[in-house]
Design a binder for this molecule. Structure first.
Ligand SMILES: [Zn+2]
Length: 144
């Protein structure tokens, strides 16, 4: 069995969207980072849910985030917690604070782990995985 077939048979852990998060995943498939924002108080939040965590209003709409943010915190993962990730360590799991306010957990990519710092500016990049999903990840922000 080739390495490719083997990794296919092991299978990558995939998102399992619930009703409230479908707009997030549908947006990601189009390479858009979508977040819910409250129409009553203006707060944006993640993870998606049916009510604003600030004022409990159910009146919200989805907006496209800029994709810019900063590393709030991160960890470098060396241990293989799932067989799919054999040979893929180390990788970085970060808490990214978007400039719209919400924080989300994602990978920090395109930089050696030892060079990552908290508050480092990052921007979203999308990784297609399979036919149905695209994962938002974050890389160091391009200098403009
Ligand atoms: Zn609100």
């Amino acid at each position: 069995m080739s390495k490719f077939q083997e990794s296919q048979s092991i299978g990558r852990p995939m998102p399992d969207p619930v009703h409230a998060s479908k707009p997030f995943w549908n947006g990601a498939r189009e390479h858009k980072l979508m977040i819910p924002r409250c129409e009553a108080c203006g707060q944006a939040w993640l993870p998606p849910s049916g009510r604003c965590p600030n004022c409990l209003s159910a009146d919200h709409r989805w907006i496209q985030a800029s994709g810019r943010g900063a590393v709030f915190s991160f960890a470098v993962v060396h241990r293989v917690y799932h067989r799919y990730f054999e040979g893929k360590t180390p990788y970085v799991v970060g808490v990214i604070e978007l400039e719209e306010g919400p924080r989300l957990i994602s990978n920090v990519v395109d930089i050696p782990p030892e060079q990552i710092r908290c508050n480092m500016p990052v921007e979203v990049v999308f990784e297609d995985v399979g036919d149905d999903f695209c994962l938002p990840k974050f890389r160091p922000a391009s200098q403009r």
